[in-house]
Each structure stands twice: as structure tokens, then as C-alpha cells.
Design a protein around this ligand. Structure first.
Ligand SMILES: NC(=O)c1ccc[n+]([C@@H]2O[C@H](COP(=O)([O-])OP(=O)(O)OC[C@H]3O[C@@H](n4cnc5c(N)ncnc54)[C@H](OP(=O)(O)O)[C@@H]3O)[C@@H](O)[C@H]2O)c1
Length: 246
């Protein structure tokens, strides 16, 4: 009989790049709950340290900027052996096609595609058998919207990377991708609170579930992707029905 979801994470080394906030942090909390040895990474060491201290369990920090390839190589070597790699780190650039500065577009591709691509490659040589890699895309990949064409494209690129690597790394690692719909996280912290609340209400009203997501709901899917030995090359939509809405 297959183990219950999460139970086989005990003492496994789970590395979460982007684990200092949002869905990465929620995944760190759930993996620690299942007694994994968790390492969280992002650029801000102080933020990571505070987050790690607030999580019950074995959580350590390893700061890195995924857009610095040399730094990623050194960082990956210092991690030791890794069982499950999750990469939720990203940044998003919104703007009309004609207006979005090319530099913003490049920076987004660096943070959301090249950074994860390089990070997974550098961690690869340190992966234990039965390892997994979980990337993050987003619902815009297959339901693009005006003003987010670049973001839609980078999400689609992450999904293509997932499917390609699932074949290329067969026998070495399972590779999957989580595609969230709108989830209330620190990603929207810079918005004024009233505008943010209004946005969540508007987006939520248009969804079959009637609300936007919570980070913990996405974390459940990440744990599933990490631990299901028959799952690879999959994009898991956790979007409140965004893809099927009217
Ligand atoms: N929230 C949503 O509604 C939504 C919807 C669809 C898809 N997604 C996708 O889901 C994933 C997780 O989103 P989230 O809302 O949980 O994000 P979040 O709360 O904004 O967290 C992203 C994390 O990435 C880190 N980060 C950014 N650039 C980095 C870099 N170059 N190197 C290392 N760390 C970096 C940030 O920390 P530092 O700034 O400290 O480095 C932050 O902790 C992302 O891929 C996002 O695009 C989110």
C-alpha cells in the first residue's frame, strides 16, 4: 500500500527556493509538519531567519539570488544531499504589450524562468534517488489576459520546462509544476489594502469557488507533487476553477 500523503517526508531534505513568503512559506510549514528537514531560500537573509524561527520543526535558511548563476552553484554545493526541490521564487511584470519596458520583461524571465532553470540544474547533481523538482507557473499560462502577456508567456515557458525535464531527467528526478490561480500572498503586499481587498473580491466572485486561494491550499498540492511516485511531467492546476470559469 502506498504511504499516506506527506508521511514519507520524515527526515527528507526539502529545499524551498522562495520559502520566505507566500506559497513557499506555506509549503515549508507543511513539510516541517510532516517532519521533513526543511531549508528555505530567497535573497533576504533576515526575512528567512524570522520565518524559520516561527515555524515549528527542523527549518534552516540558505540565502541565494537565483539570478546569480555563480552564487547558485556555490549555494547548491553547500546544501548537501537534497530529496525534494521546490522553486516558488519569482517576480512578475505587468503592463500593456506596447508599454512594458523590455528591461522589466527580461528581469521577470530572469527571476521566473532562467533562475529556476539554473537552480534546478545546479541542485541536480546533489539530488538523492527518488527525488522530485517542483516548479511554479500560474493560471495565465493557458488563460492569458491583456496587460499580462509577458507573464502569461513566462508561465507557459515554465510548464514546457517541466514537461521537457520530466523526460530528460527520467530515472533521476520526477519533475512537476504547480499552476496556481490568484492566491492571497505577500506578492500583493505593495498594493494599498483597499485596492487589494477589492481585487481579491472581484477575482474571487468570478471563480466557481467564490474566492481567491490561500497559500496553505497550494502547499497541499506541492506536498502531493513531491511525494506521489507516479507523478511526473504534470502541471497541477490549483486555481479555484479559474480555467473553467465562464
Ligand atoms: N500569488 C498569486 O496570486 C500567484 C498566482 C499565480 C502564480 N503565482 C506564482 O506562484 C509562485 C509563488 O507565488 P507567491 O505569491 O507565493 O510569491 P511571493 O510570496 O511573492 O514569494 C516569492 C518569493 O520569491 C523570492 N524571490 C524573488 N526573486 C528571487 C530571486 N531572484 N532569488 C531568490 N528568491 C527570490 C522572494 O523573496 P526575496 O524578495 O526575499 O528574495 C519571495 O520570498 C510564483 O512563481 C508566482 O509567480 C502566484
Amino acid at each position: 500500500m502506498t504511504n499516506l500523503i506527506g508521511s514519507e517526508l520524515k527526515d527528507k531534505h526539502v529545499v524551498i527556493v522562495g520559502g520566505g513568503s507566500g506559497m513557499g512559506k506555506a509549503t515549508a510549514e507543511l513539510a516541517a509538519y510532516f517532519s521533513a528537514r526543511v531549508t528555505i531560500a530567497s535573497r533576504d537573509a533576515d526575512k528567512l531567519t524570522k520565518v524559520a524561527a516561527a515555524i515549528e520543526g527542523d527549518v534552516s535558511v540558505a540565502p541565494v539570488d537565483t539570478t546569480n548563476e555563480a552564487a547558485v552553484r556555490t549555494w547548491a554545493a553547500a546544501l548537501g544531499a537534497v530529496d525534494h526541490l521546490v522553486i516558488s521564487a519569482s517576480s512578475a511584470a505587468h503592463g500593456a504589450y506596447s508599454d512594458l519596458p523590455t528591461g522589466d520583461l527580461r528581469a521577470m524571465f530572469e527571476a521566473k524562468f532562467i533562475g529556476p532553470y539554473v537552480t534546478a540544474r545546479e541542485v541536480l547533481r546533489h539530488l538523492n534517488p527518488s527525488a522530485s523538482i517542483t516548479f511554479f507557473s500560474g493560471v495565465l499560462s493557458r488563460r492569458p489576459s491583456a496587460g499580462a502577456t509577458g507573464l502569461s508567456a513566462v508561465n507557459a515557458a515554465v510548464e514546457a520546462l517541466t514537461k521537457g525535464l520530466a523526460q530528460e531527467l527520467a530515472g533521476q528526478a520526477r519533475v512537476n509544476c504547480i499552476s496556481p490561480g490568484m492566491v492571497a500572498t505577500e506578492a500583493y503586499a505593495a498594493m494599498p489594502e483597499a485596492a487589494r481587498t477589492e481585487m481579491y473580491a472581484q477575482v474571487g466572485d468570478a471563480l466557481p469557488v467564490g474566492r481567491v486561494g490561500e497559500a496553505a491550499e497550494i502547499a497541499q498540492a506541492v506536498i502531493f507533487a513531491m511525494t506521489n511516485p507516479f507523478l511526473t511531467g504534470s502541471v497541477i492546476d490549483v486555481d479555484g476553477g479559474h480555467l473553467v470559469r465562464a
